[in-house]
Design a protein. Structure first.
Length: 319
């Protein structure tokens, strides 16, 4: 560990283990006049409780890996350790927590690696749980391949955003639904969820679910998202006022988009829901696996505009 002596409230460059860090002096330990630096979250946890008022952590698992930030000591907190914004020291005090100082949050700050090998499911879910506990938040997905072995749940007022379809990828290997927004049937729950600028991909040829699935939500947006290799790329079940814009759906096993209307994906269960779905400017492609582009099993006032279909026997099938 290394300390630097502040001389005012400005950005101080420091070099530690070959990595440059820049942070405001006001983010550091003012009492001792020193800024404490450590490499990783594990190093932060190893510090004695309250040993410093602030610590600059240079990475989550290694300096420079994107998971670092300044952490401040809150001696009165008894909050649960969430692996990202609240960290409990190894000494496990009843009160006293390291709290991340942040302007933005992404999945790497909760420990996701994005290396395509390590299972990142629980780390990504922790970031989304943080957004839920915060009453909604923008969760970033830096470039990388994030392996997931089970479904992840997304909640109200969450904006899950990558840095582009060619850079941010979720790779799933199981057979069910993957990114799920689930609410009460017949509820028209205003969820205000947005997923943007990423790939959602499945490498399991036996998948029987959807890449993105909403049940009972209102105000759901998929923007510039590529979804590959699922039974259905998207399932909207009693979803209302949802937009699919500039997306790319490739190689669904049955259909790219399924608009369905009842509990447990039952077509025609209630004709009053799954309304006002807009799909526009999207590329919908089958390379021989799926026969239908969009399956419309109910609801009213949908708009399908300026989409390009390729390889389907039926582009749109209406109930």
């Amino acid at each position: 560990m290394r300390t630097v002596k502040p001389s005012g409230d400005f950005l101080v460059p420091v070099i530690y283990s070959g990595h440059e860090a820049r942070a405001k002096v006001s983010d550091f330990a003012k009492g001792a006049g020193l800024a404490q630096l450590v490499n990783t979250i594990a190093d932060l946890k190893a510090l004695a409780a309250g040993q410093f008022s602030s610590v600059h952590v240079l990475g989550y698992y290694a300096a420079g890996d994107g998971g670092g930030d300044v952490f401040r000591w809150n001696g009165s907190s008894s909050a649960a350790d969430n692996g990202g914004t609240v960290i409990i020291p190894n000494s496990a005090p009843g009160t006293g927590r390291w709290e991340r100082v942040y302007q933005s949050i992404d999945v790497k700050k909760f420990g996701a690696r994005g290396n395509g090998v390590t299972d990142d499911t629980t780390k990504i879910q922790s970031a989304l749980d943080f957004a839920n506990a915060s009453g909604g938040f923008r969760i970033g997905v830096p470039g990388g391949t994030y392996l997931c072995t089970s479904a992840i749940n997304i909640y109200k007022k969450t904006h899950l955003v990558g840095v582009g379809k060619s850079l941010s990828k979720f790779l799933f290997n199981h057979t069910g639904d993957v990114i799920k927004s689930t609410w009460a049937i017949n509820s028209s729950t205003a969820v205000n969820i947005k997923v943007e600028a990423m790939i959602i991909q499945c490498n399991n040829g036996s998948n029987a679910g959807g890449g993105f699935v909403d049940v009972g939500g209102t105000f759901v947006d998929l923007i510039d998202v590529q979804i590959d290799g699922f039974r259905y790329s998207v399932i909207f079940d009693q979803t209302e006022l949802a937009d699919i814009d500039r997306c790319y759906f490739s190689d669904p096993l049955l259909a790219a988009v399924w608009l369905v209307n009842g509990a447990n994906h039952t077509p025609g269960a209630d004709p009053l829901y799954t309304n006002r779905i807009t799909i526009k400017k999207s590329q919908i492609i089958s390379n021989g696996g799926a026969a239908i582009g969009i399956v419309d099993d109910g609801g009213v006032t949908h708009c399908f505009e300026d989409n390009n279909f390729q390889g389907f026997v039926t582009q749109i099938r209406s109930a």
